[in-house]
Each structure stands twice: as C-alpha cells, then as structure tokens.
Write a protein that binds this ligand. Sequence first.
Ligand SMILES: [Zn+2]
Ligand SMILES: [Zn+2]
Length: 547
Amino acid sequence: MIKLTPIGGIGEIGMNMFAFEYGGHVMFIDCGVLFPPFQYLGVEAIVTDYETLLDKYKKIDAIFITHGHEDHIGGLPYLFQQDKPKVYATPYAAEVIKLRVNNVLGSKFKTDVTEVKYETPIKEGPFNIEYIQVDHSIPDASALFITIKGLRILYVTDFRFSGKNKSAFLSKIQEIKRKGEIDLLLSDSTNADNVDESISEQAVLENLDKYFSKAKGRIVTTLFSSNISRVNQLIVLCKKHGKSLFVAGTNLKAHIAIAKRLGYLENDKGCIKPDSELAHTAKSKTVFLCTGSQAERNSSIMKLSNGIHPQLKIENGDLIIFSSSRIPGNEKLIMEAINKLAERGAQIIYSDDVHCSGHANIDELRALIQEVKPRYFLPIHGEYLHLKSHVDIAVSEGVPRENCFIPKNGDHLTYEGKTFSYATTVEKPGRLYVDSMTRELIDSSILKERAICAERGLFSVVLVPSSKNSGKLFVRPRIFTKGVSQSLSMKGLISGIEKKIGEFIRQNNKHRKLNDMKDDIKQLVKREVRRRYDDKPDVAVLIVDSD
Ligand SMILES: [Zn+2]
Ligand SMILES: [Zn+2]
C-alpha cells in the first residue's frame, strides 16, 4: 500500500510539505514555512512541529525540494535542529537553503544539499524522482515526476505554463505518457479562482520601460528578493536608459550574488553600483532596488516610509514602483506604507501592469490538465476556495469528480489495486511558531498569553514577605499594570483589589506560605476585575525578597 499525506500547504498558502510512504520508507516534498497573515504577537513564521513529525516518520529516505521560495524551504533549519535527512534541490534552491540555514542556525552549521540535474532521475529506496524545469518567479523551479512501485505521479507545485520552459515541459509530459498514463496529478491552485488575466513578463518589461522613460527623478523599485527575472528586467532598463542600479538589503544582495554565481543574472555591464556612489549619483540617473513589497517589518520600504532609511530619504519627484503581487492579508499594511510614501512626496505605482504572478492562471491550469489527462487529481498550494475551484476545472476537463480529492493536512490517500481511497485522521500535524526576537520555536500557549496581554493588559501583583518563606507581608500588596486604562475608576478598582489581597493573605498566612497562595491571588484579581468589567486581564504574582 502506498500512502500520501499532505503535512501542510492544503487549505493555506504556505508550509508546503507532502509525505509519500511505501514499505516502511518515507520521502517528503518541500519543507516550507507559513507567514502569519499579520505581523502580530512577535511571530515571524509558522512551522511544522518537526520533533513530533520525525517521531512519527522514523526513517526518512530523502526530502525533495521543488524550488527556493520560503514557503517550500523555510522550515528546513528547524527540521535540521532535530535531524539531518538527505535533501535534494536544484542549484539555485540549494544556495537559498544554505543562506536560510545560515541565517537561522549560524554559519558554523554545515548544510548538505545534494544538487539535482534536470533529466537525471534519482532513486531513493522505492521512490524514483525526475526533476522537470518549469517557469516560476525564481530560477530553477521544478515539477517532479514520481514513480513508486508502478504508481505514476506528476507533482506540479508553483509554476506558469506559458514561459520559456513550457515547450520542454510539454514534451516531457508527452514522453511520460508514451510509457503509460499518469495516475495522479497534484497541481498549484494559487490562482485557480482568479478570473483576472495575468499579463506576461514581456508586457511587464514594456510597462516598466514607459515609467523609466517618463521618470525625471529617482526610481525606487520594490520586489521579492528572489525574483531574479524582474531584477534582470531592471538591469536591461537601467542599461537602456543609462541609469545606475543600487541594491539595498542583505537578502536582495545575497540573491543577486547567487544568481550571478550560477549564471542567471543579466550582464549588468557595470550599471549595478556600490552603495558608496549613491550620494554622488544624479537623481535622474538613480534606480534604487529594495525589499518590502509586502510591507514587511524592518524592510527597506517600511524604513523609507517612516523616513529612517540610512541611505535614502524619499522626497518630491521620486517614483516608487511596487513590482510584485500583494499577498492576501498584507493589503492593509501595504496601503499604509504607500500612503506614508505619498505623504513624503513620492509618486507611487502599484497597479497590476508592473508585475505578473508566478503562478498559472485558470487557462494554464486547464491546459496542464488537458495535457496530462490524469486518472486522479489532487489540488495543492491553496486555500479551500482555490482548491475547490481547481477541482471544478479538473472535472470540466474530464477527471471524474469521485477521482478528485481535497484532503485536510494530515489526512491520507492510500493507493492499492490501482485505486486511491481517502481516510481522514484526527492526528493533525502539529505547528510551532518562530519567535521574531529569539528565532526560537514557541508553542501556542505562549501566543495565548501574548494575545491576552495584548488585548487586555497585564496586572502584576508584587508581594514582599517579612522574611524568607514567610506567609506575612513586609509591606502591603501592590499592583502594577501594563497596557491597562489609567482611568480613575480603574485606579479605585486596583486599590480595592490590593486591600482584598491583603485580607486574603492575613486570613490564610497561619498555615500557608505566600508561594502557595499565588494561584488563589491570581484568581482573586481576575474575579474582581471581571466583576466590574466583564473581562479579565493576564495576572502575574511576583514574590520579592525584602533584603
Ligand atoms: Zn514559489
Ligand atoms: Zn509556493
């Protein structure tokens, strides 16, 4: 029996990971993070609870990485803290993985990634994998053709079916089909419910060219760090218009260095200039490339919008181009940044004509299904609505509805006797949160505490015992608050609670130490606040020695 289990990436955009099991062997595809929809509660990213996952899947034969985007590789450093299974990736993804692991685990951590060559099949245990190059918004993105004991699967995550790799991908599909039918297609659902036409890379270049021709002052462009094809377009335009390109931010610089090393970067012919020349370059000749297209905290765009960027101050006459799509959920933050930049005098371009999606549109999804003609279909990489719309497309292209699945993360598909069947499970993959201060993993109980503090504030009860381990107080109890209304009625409530805590301690201190009364005092405070406001804050009880 062959078992397929999505660990993440179903019903969400992010945390992509998929398990395949056969005869005691396991392989995974991708190991990504999910970015929280808002930058809140000090959480940088959400990852799978790998410790529990590895307890379940004892022997991992290998992890196959499709491409270097964070939602496909970002979990690897946290997995590596538990175990170091064999990881396969194409050269660009391998470099990005090393960069990511260094950022999280430090440069001393040795990352082993086996680099994959297209057209060279890989065998790990019962799994045969072939990488197929596809078009996407990062170099070296791949679909995977997987065979397991006669089961033939095409796994096509993030892809376009319209770029320069399309004809080679098409020929590959034909070659696979000449040897037998494709049992299961898994395909990218990101744009499956998006009826808008997605423009081509060439149209983006032409539109950017128009803005470059019109711009009288500086041009600031923001994009995803890994979007090397867009960087290449900007290099082409800088050369054409005789402008100098300045690159801000370590991540963007790192991606450009990787692209250059691997031969993916357009020959800039000296138009990329060192930071030191920025101050001496005429405004009409300056193009400033930076991150922050999603208004990420600490990104260059946020610093520019707040007037605290060390290299550049936005002023009248600057043109700022947001050359990337807006990830759903980030729109409000992006608009806040855009408004602040406009207030500083910049003209902002954030329309759909200066970027294009890296994901297939409905026509391309339909075309892929027409070519593959799979027996079974499983939509991946999308929220529920995307997955459902993608199934509708597959059904309209002739895949029987009963052969289409939308599992939940953790559910299984089993394959036996040429047939798939579906089994739901209560045992869902666990999740942990990457703390944005320490970069360590925290669990949901800490988030719950943060949420209560953030919403209702914190009451700290400070008790000073008359001597160590005593139940008596040296001074009366005091309450200090954080994030709590300073109204007179609140002050009155607090002094009343302080008195009640004192009475409670006096009534109990003959047989109990202060330390043993902590929980009761916490409850007392919550009860008293709730009595007045119908809500309760977080409470901490601190016992401080008087000496
Ligand atoms: Zn991607
Ligand atoms: Zn993705």
